[in-house]
Design a binder for this molecule. Structure first.
Ligand SMILES: [Fe+2]
Length: 250
C-alpha cells in the first residue's frame, strides 16, 4: 500500500516529468516508482550535483567552507523538507514554481527550507572554478543588457556589492529579470524573489532569479570572518556568467 508520504514523493517525480496522475495508469506509476527505487531517489527533494569539487573554487571560496555549506547547511534544508509530513506544497510542480506559491501564510518550516534548498541550488549553479584567477566578465547578450541597464559592468557590480553589504543580518542578493528589466534585489533569511512575501510582491510581475549571492555568515565566516566585502570581491572571480546568461535567455 502506498501511504501519503509515498504518494507525495511519487507526485514530485511525476511533476518533474511533466506528467499527471490523471493521465497515466497505475502501471506507469509503478514503473516510475520502481525506477525511482532503483535510482535510490526516494525523497521528494534531493541535493543537486555540483559541477566542481569543494576545493576547486579555491582560492576564492575555501574547500572547508564549501564542504560545510553543502553537506551541512544545504543538506539540512533538504532533510528538513523531506521530513515535513503535512504541507500544502504543490508537489506536482518544480522547485521554482513551488517557491511562487510561498506567501506570508505558508508554514515557516516550508518557507525556510524550500527557500534554503532552492536558493542554494541556484547559487551552486552560478559558480565555477577560476584557478588561474583570469578576468571573469559576462559577455554576449547578457553583457549588452547589463550595460544598457546599469551603464557599465563595473557599475552593476558596485550596485550589487552595495546592496549585498547593506543587507542587515542573513539573506541573499539577487540579479533578477522582471518584465524584461534587470534589477538588483535582496531578500531576508531564505526568502527569495519568487515568493509572494509581504504586499510588495503579491501583485507584481514575477521576478526571475538570474544570479544569487548567499550573504549568510555561514557562507564566508571561516575564511573572511566579518569581512563580507572581501567575500563579495572574491565571488566576482567565480561567477559562472555562461550559466547566468543561459537563465537570462531561457
Ligand atoms: Fe548558505
Amino acid at each position: 500500500m502506498t501511504d501519503r508520504r509515498e504518494f507525495l514523493k511519487k507526485s514530485s517525480l511525476l511533476g518533474l516529468l511533466g506528467l499527471s496522475t490523471n493521465l497515466i495508469g497505475n502501471e506507469k506509476i509503478n514503473e516510475i516508482e520502481t525506477t525511482l527505487t532503483n535510482l535510490g531517489e526516494t525523497n521528494a527533494f534531493n541535493m543537486p550535483k555540483l559541477n566542481y569539487r569543494f576545493d576547486e573554487l579555491e582560492p576564492f571560496f575555501d574547500a572547508k567552507t564549501m564542504e560545510i555549506h553543502y553537506t551541512k547547511h544545504h543538506q539540512g534544508y533538504v532533510d528538513k523538507l523531506n521530513a515535513i509530513k503535512s504541507t500544502n506544497i504543490d508537489f506536482l510542480s518544480n522547485d521554482e514554481v513551488k517557491c511562487t506559491h510561498i506567501d506570508n501564510f505558508t508554514m515557516a518550516a516550508v518557507r525556510n527550507n524550500l527557500g534554503g534548498h532552492y536558493n542554494h541550488t541556484l547559487f551552486w549553479s552560478v559558480l565555477k572554478p577560476n584557478p588561474k584567477a583570469e578576468v571573469n566578465l559576462p559577455k554576449g547578450k547578457l553583457l549588452d543588457a547589463l550595460n544598457a541597464e546599469f551603464k557599465t559592468i563595473n557599475e552593476f557590480k558596485n550596485l550589487f556589492t552595495e546592496a549585498a553589504l547593506k543587507l542587515f543580518g542573513s539573506g541573499w542578493c539577487w540579479l533578477v529579470l522582471q518584465n524584461g528589466k534587470l534589477k538588483i534585489v535582496t531578500s531576508s533569511n531564505q526568502d527569495n524573489p519568487l515568493m509572494k512575501i509581504n504586499d510588495k510582491t503579491q501583485f507584481e510581475p514575477l521576478m526571475k532569479p538570474l544570479l544569487a549571492l548567499d550573504v549568510w555568515e555561514h557562507a564566508y565566516y571561516l575564511k573572511y570572518q566579518n569581512k563580507r566585502k572581501d567575500y563579495i570581491t572574491a565571488f566576482w572571480n567565480i561567477v559562472n556568467w555562461d550559466e547566468v546568461e543561459k537563465r537570462f535567455l531561457g
